[in-house]
Design a protein. Structure first.
Length: 361
């Protein structure tokens, strides 16, 4: 019996791309499918918060409309980068070359690799071990199919890929594509076999090819930038990993907040401005406050934001890191961009036995 699955579907609104995170709940081993460069901090934060060990990132194909985040994730986690073997030496950064029939294991679970060319020559579909889910990339979309007019695309080949490799799965196998432009999140094999207007119902190969060859779609806007970048697995030409902040080891949480650890702040108190957003009785109370911290309760922050110095990065703090997280949102909306939340607030600060003061303001 297959072990319990950790599953998350993530979305990038700019490119309408779905990214999928799958993990084995027992071993915490995981894979990430079709990551997006600009969403790396979000995806990394989710992996860390769920305590997952990323085995590899997988791309269903060479993307023409966005840049993959595979290289960034490899730099962050040491994971492997998986891509179709059919792309050959054009993607030297991929260290997990996949072909039809391969299995990608993550803990006690695995994904079955099915070659589904037609949109591009190297398209892959990843099928979960129990055939309950299929990650179809741009091969089979919800009520659609991937265009076939560039990157060695071929409509007849795509027809065979869908009918032989996807439509042979159980009717209740859920279909998760790489994109959807209408807000639809998933479908099923049975649904698409019956209702897909391009290849469903009684459509034969001639029907499908005639439909696909007369789409006359505009050229993908990002293709000239995306393809060369994806041949580098998303590695920037500079080779540098983008950072959320240059002034310190700031990281982004899955909630989208920028955080920094207490021990770093304690070692760099002279380089940052600490803003305490609790009430006065808390500031002067049992937990104390960080030496030199400025007190502005969060309820007063919008009207008193002009009192916050801008010559140093601002670290917001409260009891547990919740109110101060919202304080960072307020500060950024008011034009302070060098801002981070103190992770864990004063509770973690005291737990780590870092210095405090209790004198009145």
């Amino acid at each position: 019996m297959a072990g319990k699955l950790v599953f998350r579907q993530l979305f990038d609104a700019t490119s309408s791309t779905y990214t999928y995170l799958l993990g084995d709940a027992q071993t915490r081993r995981a894979v990430l499918i079709d990551s997006v460069f600009e969403q790396h901090l979000r995806d990394r934060a989710l992996i860390e918060e769920l305590a997952l060990d990323l085995v590899c990132t997988l791309d269903t194909h060479y993307h023409a409309d966005h840049v993959t985040g595979s290289w960034l994730m490899q730099q962050a986690t040491g994971c492997r980068i998986g891509l179709s073997r059919r792309y050959g030496d054009t993607v030297p950064c991929a260290d997990l070359r996949l072909d039809h029939g391969d299995k990608v294991a993550f803990g006690a679970r695995f994904l079955e690799v099915r070659a589904t060319p037609g949109h591009t020559d190297g398209c892959l579909t990843f099928v979960l071990d129990d055939h309950s889910m299929a990650f179809t990339g741009d091969c089979l979309l919800i009520r659609g199919a991937g265009r076939c007019d560039f990157q060695q695309g071929n409509a007849a080949t795509l027809y065979r890929s869908i009918t032989e490799q996807i439509f042979t799965l159980p009717d209740d196998c859920l279909v998760f594509p790489a994109h959807d432009y209408s807000g639809r999140t998933m479908s099923s094999v049975g649904e698409e076999r019956e209702h897909n207007p391009r290849i469903g119902g009684a459509a034969n190969e001639r029907d499908f090819v005639g439909f696909m060859e007369n789409l006359h779609l505009p050229h993908p806007k990002q293709i000239d930038a995306a393809l060369p970048a994806n041949q580098r697995c998303g590695r920037p030409e500079s080779g540098r990993v983008p950072s959320p902040a240059e002034w310190g080891p700031v990281r982004q949480s899955y909630a989208g907040l920028f955080e920094i650890d207490p021990d770093w702040v304690a070692e760099h108190l002279d380089a940052v401005h600490v803003l305490d957003v609790r009430q006065r009785d808390e500031y002067e109370g049992t937990l104390g406050h960080i030496p030199g911290a400025q007190l502005i309760p969060i309820s007063e922050l919008r009207t008193r934001v002009g009192e916050v110095p801008r010559d140093k990065p601002v670290v917001a703090v409260c009891h547990s890191g919740m109110r101060s997280g919202q304080a960072t949102v307020i500060l950024r909306s008011e034009g302070l961009d060098r801002v981070a939340n103190l992770r864990g607030g004063m509770l973690l600060w005291r737990e780590m036995e870092l210095p405090v003061e209790r004198q009145q303001v």
